[in-house]
Write a protein that binds this ligand. Structure first.
Ligand SMILES: *Cc1c(COP(=O)(O)O)cnc(C)c1O
Length: 414
């Protein structure tokens, strides 16, 4: 089921399911079996050697997991897709499968916290050189690519300040030097952006986030050409970070509503970003859909929607964050994003908790920064919730000292 005639919402519902439904079932079965038996030894050998379709052992492949891979493959317009137990497993396997001692990786400072750790602490131990460029500085990235690169690793929009990279421009630069390009598309989702169509070689998702959308399953995927995905698949077969079929099922179920959820989250995030931009207690709003965003023009060209993540900084720094977050009634204060419920957190205790205070400062992650993952609630309710929390956490005009982080009396009553 490829995307020629059917819309992306239709494909998210139906793709990948035609071969697996037994007994007239309308939902994908969860195949828990670790291994798959063959009465005919020759047939078994054929499958084991990859000369014939089939499953042998669920570390390598599994029928339920296949359905998820096919759905994401179709939505990303890729030739092939493989999956992992987590997004970090997908990132680690993809990077290690495509590099060796002596390789040079060019990336940006603002990658996801775990990815940044991989680049700064793990890869150098294996003789892989990693250069991290100032995130939105396209010239700096191109200069480093010119010095030689085997792999260019990008993310757009970035976490947490939602910077935008020109994927087509950087892919062209990478290819002129023979480097492969990986894009982490987690924040955008395949509904809003397809990096392969912009020239990237591989696209990665933490399926834990928007693809699943319900905060109840971990997973990761990578899509691209058959040859590259096979190389990464062979690495995963041996290193073993395979996706559990139960998690694959939950992500499949989540993906049926991916387009609806993301459309709603795009629209709500835009409203919330505009509300925050006009609020006097908000210092800065980071959202690629705002015309004031430095790379709004690039986002408008390469994205179909601007996503459901809004980051903002509040007057009063971390003290204010401590008093504001407990006053939000319609948000989980938790380290996740892309779920149906709104999720909120300070990047310094969520995505970038692994980094030192100095590293965070150099990434522009100020102490008053709040990352807000817009859920599918009514946007008017979310705005009212933010409005109330901003008002009730204000320390200036009421002269109430909240420096110990305690909640002021009568908080939440208004
Ligand atoms: C969460 C996240 C990851 C890591 O995914 P896990 O499933 O938690 O391992 C990678 N990249 C981005 C952009 C993320 O938000």
């Amino acid at each position: 089921m490829d995307g020629e005639r059917l819309g992306i919402g239709t494909l998210a519902v139906w793709a990948g399911e035609d071969e697996i439904l037994p007994h007239g079932a309308t939902q994908v079965p969860v195949v828990h079996s670790v291994s798959f038996g063959y009465a005919d030894v020759d047939e078994w050998a054929e499958v084991a050697l990859g000369h014939r379709q089939g499953h042998i052992y669920s570390r390598n492949s599994n029928p339920t997991v296949d359905v998820l891979e096919e759905k994401v493959r179709v939505l990303e317009g890729a030739d092939a897709c493989t999956s992992f137990s987590t997004g970090m497993a997908a990132i680690t396997a993809s990077v290690l499968a495509l590099t060796s001692s002596g390789s040079r990786v060019v990336s940006i400072t603002d990658t996801y916290g775990g990815t940044s750790k991989l680049f700064l602490e793990i890869l150098p131990r294996f003789g892989i050189e990693v250069v991290l460029c100032e995130t939105a500085d396209h010239h700096a990235i191109e200069r480093e690519i010119d010095r030689g690169a085997d792999l260019v690793y990008l993310e757009s929009p970035t976490n947490p300040t939602l910077k935008i990279l020109d994927i087509a421009r950087l892919s062209a630069s990478a290819h002129s030097h023979g480097a492969k390009v990986i894009v982490d598309n987690t924040f955008a989702t395949p509904i809003n952006q397809n990096p392969l169509s912009l020239g990237a070689d591989l696209v990665i998702h933490s399926a834990t986030k928007y693809l699943s959308g319900h905060g109840d399953a971990l997973g990761g995927v990578v899509c691209g050409s058959r040859a590259l995905v096979d190389e990464i698949f062979r690495f995963r077969e041996i290193t073993g970070a395979s996706l559990h079929p139960e998690s694959a099922y939950l992500i499949i179920r989540g993906m049926k509503t991916l387009q609806l959820r993301v459309a709603r989250q795009n629209a709500s995030a835009m409203k919330i970003a505009r509300f925050l931009e006009d609020h006097e207690e908000v210092e800065q709003v980071f959202y690629p859909g705002l015309s004031t965003h430095p790379n709004h023009n690039i986002a408008a060209i390469q994205m179909r929607g601007f996503g459901g993540m809004v980051t903002f900084s509040v007057v009063g720094g971390f003290e204010r964050v401590r008093t504001l977050l407990p006053r939000l009634r319609l948000a989980h204060r938790a380290a996740n994003l892309g779920s149906v419920e709104t999720l909120v957190g300070p990047p310094r205790t969520t995505s970038h908790v692994e980094l030192s205070a100095d590293q965070r400062r150099s990434l522009g992650i100020s102490e008053g920064l709040i990352r807000y993952s817009v859920g599918i609630e009514d946007p008017e309710d979310l705005i009212a919730d933010l409005q109330g929390a901003l008002r009730d956490s204000g320390v200036r005009d009421r002269g109430v000292s909240l420096s110990d982080g305690s909640v002021a009396p009568n908080a939440g009553e208004r």
